[in-house]
Design a protein around this ligand. Sequence first.
Ligand code: 4AD
Ligand code: MG
Length: 452
Amino acid sequence: PKKLRICEAVSSSDMGTNVKVQGWVRSVRHQKQNLFLHVNDGSSLQSLQVVASSQLNHRLLTFGSAVEVSGLLVKSPSRRQEVELQANQIHVVGECNPVDFPFKVKERHDLEYIRQFPHLRCRTNTFSSLLRIRSEATTAIQLYFRDKGYVQVHTPVITSNDCEGAGELFQVEQEEDGGQPFFSVPAYLVVSGQLHLEVIAGAFPGVFSFGPTFRAENSQSRRHLAEFFMVEAEISFTQSLEDLMKVMEEMFRSTTEHLLAQCPEDVALFHKHVTPGHNVRTQSISTKYQHQNTMITYTEAIDILNRSSQKFAFETDWGCDLQTEHEKYLVKHCGNIPLFVTDYPYTLKPFYARDNLDKPLHTVAAVDLLVPGVGELCGGTLREERLDLLKTRLALAGLDETYRWYLDLRRFGSVPHGGFGMGFERYLQCVLGVDNIRDVIPFPRYSHSCLL
Ligand code: 4AD
Ligand code: MG
């Protein structure tokens, strides 16, 4: 028999042929004459209905067991599916004791429940959908950048710098060898690949990276992880924040449209069961960054917050960092669609952010993209390319020795440039309407939790 994946088997193009499928049993139903199984193999949300004679020894055919089934693909008499498999042989490859298995047949377990079983949750429909969506979104992002002519760069995981200067670093422990640590300098897990991308952007029009980044943030929040995936882009020869906003918006839209086209059933499952009523079409694709309501300065944002009747837990004076509660309020206030906030105070952004010398308040050319339900999704800046200003900034931060090579980038063929980073898990949270970031990554790491 011809071996098929279940997504192929259910497509009915092999009707009338003898086939073999492999997968995991999602339901078992007994009738007088027949036994009905639904088998899923993760190739899509759909399961294949398998019909077998109830004479069959079915004691081991339980929910969650792994099976290999051979038989004839036929048109199904039921209206619920096009095809079904008339089994002539069923082999239980791996048994599954339904009493001990944490997931129960016909029960819709919520994300919080299945999160307790990180080693088994990919056996549920919801998490299986999530994993397909993650995979497709990864492809979509790479396609977007490839089509625009960007070069993908593999930035390192181990680094000797703290790009964001926030001190939230995981230090790499090094064996002393003759009194010398392995690398001869302290080394850390990377918090952002930006500085490495800036190096490469010194010879390309546009570059991007997509990889894991690490932050020792002691946070239990619904939108922070200690290890998360970041998409970062760096664009040469640009002096405008609008260029960055355009890329953020286009990347968001094309990725989301790709998902809706390639895995509509998986996305619909989230919108139906996880966040009923969540609709990414109206909420997130219709962004127009040119639209006046979707672009405000930090100073305007502070004004809006100060005029609001809502009481905030954190201060809203000019110069304060925007907290999640502020971001959520601002997004709501501006129509509950994605919102760009620009020109943050000089003191709030890292040393590399470009000084807005021409503006009255001391700000930098930075832009964050805030989205409904999540808050900050992207953060970007124009980079300070003026050597003297950068030197002063590094000296103030006590970093001038460490970043000699960074200054070199401004000495040799320097061009105005800028870029941004998008938290991949936050993107998925936004598009799927998932409340907790731990439910959109296969193996979440956060303070006090590093399972598996
Ligand atoms: O705003 P951030 O810190 O910006 C940077 O790291 C820049 N160097 C990026 C660049 O310009 N190339 O991080 C970028 C994005 C945030 O907007 C947020 O979506 C996400 O990364 N992020 C996190 N996601 C999950 N857990 C965390 N702890 C995160 N910290 C940041
Ligand atoms: Mg940020």
